[in-house]
Structure formats: C-alpha cells, structure tokens
Write a protein that binds this ligand. Structure first.
Ligand SMILES: *Cc1c(COP(=O)(O)O)cnc(C)c1O
Length: 375
C-alpha cells in the first residue's frame, strides 16, 4: 500500500540539496557559527520579503512572541487578547511574562479569532491583541487594526503558520506592530532545526529585542536588564536564505493543492472544506476540513473516519484536539465547558489532510476516495 504522509520534507530537500550542502560547508569552514554575517544577511532579506525595515532573528517562534511581549513591557497585571484555537505557544508566552491571556472565540469558517467579538473582551488592563493567522489563512487585519487603534492596543501577529500570506496585498507580519515567525521544519519556511524571527517597522523596538535576545546587553558584558539567550545558528540562517528564494513557488504549489482539494471535496456530505475570506491570500500550512457531527454519531465520527483513512494509507492529523482555554494548565482562568462554543465544537470536528507543495493530484484523488469510503 502506498502511504500518503501528512507532509514530506524529503522531496523539498532533494531539490535544494546541492545548494544547501555548499552553503552549510561554507559556514562550517568559516568558523562563525552564531551571529555570523550570514545572520545579518538573512535578516535583511527576510525584512525585504515581509516589507518591514527591521527583522530580528531568534531561536524559535515561541521566543519571537516572548521577546515581543517583553519589548513592549507587557507583564504582571496586563491582559492580552488572543485565540483559544492555536498551538499552545501563543498563550504560553503571555503566561511566561506573567500577563493573563484573554480568549475570544473563533469564526468556524476561518478557524481564526472572531474579530467581531474582540471589543467586548477589552478591559482597562488590556495591552495587546495577538491574532494568529492559523493554518496559513490571514486574520481580517483591517478590522482588527481599527479596533487596536481605537483602544490604543499593540498588535502582535503570530505568523508562525503563515509566512508569505497576504492581507489585501500586504504580507502578514507587516501590518501589526510586530510580526512573529517560526522556522520550525514543518512551517512554510522551515529550517533544518529551530529558528524564528520578528519583523517590525519600529527601529526602537527592534533594538530592544536585539538587546533582550543577547542577555539584555547592547555592549558585550554590560547588562542593562535581564534578557535571554535566543540566537539563530549560522547554519540555519544559511539554509533559510536558500529556502526563502523558493518560498513563493512552494506557497503557490500549496495553493494549487488546496484548489484541487476544494474541487474534490465540495460535494461530500458532512465534510466542510475550509473557506477563504475575501482580501486574504492563504499559504495553506494545513488543509483542515470539518467533519460535522450529528446526534446519532455518538461523538466519535471523526475518530472512526480517521482510522478508516489510516487503513487506506491516508495519514491525517488533529490540529488541535483541545482548545487552549480548556487545557488543564488554564483551569484556574475559569473558562468552563461551553464558554467559547465554536472553539470547543471545532476541536471535535477538525481533521487536517495531507498538505505539502509536492502532493500529487493522484494522491489527492486517493485521499478523496478514501474519505468517501470511510464516511
Ligand atoms: C509553531 C507555532 C509557534 C511556535 O513556534 P516554534 O518555532 O515551534 O517555537 C507559535 N504559534 C503558532 C501558531 C505555531 O504554529
């Protein structure tokens, strides 16, 4: 049986193997393994790609979010509004700076923060909004920025899954105060290890972040505040420079994969394909469908379908099985069952199908037949 994996990084690597080997060898021979000149080159190239004057690279997407909160002095007693339907790191960093995450429910069509519900969650303690462009689909940043401006809030974009996505032509990460990116291998622009970056229009904030990522120091061995060690390896910077040149091509291949899925799945009952909103260009980090439940399903329809798919060689993933406000660690925040109904319902319905640029039309047809078979 031909197994279709959820993603396949090996095909991408074989395309760029020769270039990568050469660039990595050059870094190894240079003896400059951290903070080398290649890091600055990548920072300039990534800033130019996103369309901001500044880019600060760091060790991960999580660090990028954390450094952003620190750079704006967001901490104890402050609230940050975000989505409960994301990877845990989004909320985790808010807790790491001792601020409080305030969760707003999602729009089930886009899986993103329901912008219409943000204003009701704002209190005198609110300092920032942290939208996540989940699965590669941009949030409605026009409405979100208007709310932020009206209430004088910072906007920290979590772009970890959306490198290259645009909102009315503007790259995500260039719209809010800062954009936070992850270069974890499974992201659209993935390194061969961990990595992250922050983009911003504000040179003062970029300077503060550069200091924080270097143990709170502008001049080595002189420390103005408590920071951290969050560097990007020169080897990763070298690999990312190469992959950045392919990113738009890979993202349009993902777009083509998504379009084919859209056609193949449109008429299958009980399967809700993801919907794009006008103005946004998704880069499809995931292709996530909803398997709607009925009263007679006994609540395990998705599990049954997932197992049946697996038996036919089709891998699928559940992003995310438990919304963040219902995680054990946040029991103390007091979000009871049913408090954010769409996030909770969607968490029981979502299934992410195989998605990567090289996924072949025949493989997608096999996914469709397997899915029809398993319903
Ligand atoms: C991956 C991811 C992160 C964290 O990035 P790391 O590089 O793994 O630390 C944060 N937010 C979202 C939405 C992510 O998908």
């Amino acid at each position: 049986m031909n197994v279709i994996p959820p993603l396949d990084l090996t095909q991408q690597f074989s395309l760029i193997q020769a270039e990568v080997n050469e660039a990595v060898s050059a870094v190894l021979a240079s003896g400059q393994y951290v903070n080398g000149p290649i890091n600055q080159q990548f920072e300039q190239e990534f800033a130019a790609y996103v369309g901001t004057p500044e880019c600060v690279v760091c060790n991960s997407g999580t660090d990028a979010l954390y450094l952003s909160l620190r750079a704006y002095d967001i901490g104890e007693g402050d609230e940050v509004i975000t989505t409960p339907f994301s990877f845990f790191a989004t909320a985790e960093v808010i807790s790491m700076v001792r601020a409080t995450p305030v969760f707003v429910d999602i729009d089930p069509d886009t899986f993103n923060l329901d912008v219409a519900q943000i204003e009701a969650a704002i209190t005198p303690k609110t300092r920032a909004i942290m939208p996540v462009h989940l699965f590669g689909q941009p949030v409605d940043m026009t409405r979100l920025m208007a709310i932020a401006q009206r209430h004088n809030l910072r906007v920290i974009e979590d772009c970890a899954q959306a490198t290259g996505a645009t909102w009315h032509g503007a790259q995500v990460g260039s719209i809010g105060d800062v954009g936070c990116f992850s270069f974890f291998p499974t992201k659209n622009l993935g390194a061969c290890g961990d990595g992250g970056a922050i983009t911003t229009h504000d040179p003062a904030i970029a300077r503060r972040m550069r200091m924080l990522r270097e143990h709170g120091s502008h001049v080595r061995y002189y420390h103005d505040e408590v920071g951290m060690n969050s560097r990007l390896d020169a080897v990763q910077a070298a690999i990312l420079r190469i992959k950045l040149r392919y990113l738009d091509r890979w993202n349009s291949q993902r777009q083509a994969v998504a379009n084919r899925y859209q056609e193949l799945l449109q008429a299958i009952p009980g399967v809700v394909a993801p919907r794009a909103i006008a103005g946004g260009l998704s880069v499809w980090n995931q292709y996530t469908i909803r398997l709607t439940q009925t009263q007679t399903d006994g609540g395990d329809r998705r599990d049954r379908i997932r197992q049946a798919l697996q038996q036919q060689g089709v891998s699928s993933m559940i992003y995310y099985p438990i919304p963040i406000h219902r995680q054990v660690v946040y029991a103390g925040l007091g979000y009871g069952a049913g408090s954010l109904p769409w996030s909770e319902r969607v968490a029981t319905e979502v299934l992410s199908l195989p998605m990567f640029p090289e996924l072949a039309p025949e493989q997608q047809e096999a996914v469709m037949y397997a899915l029809k078979d398993s319903l």
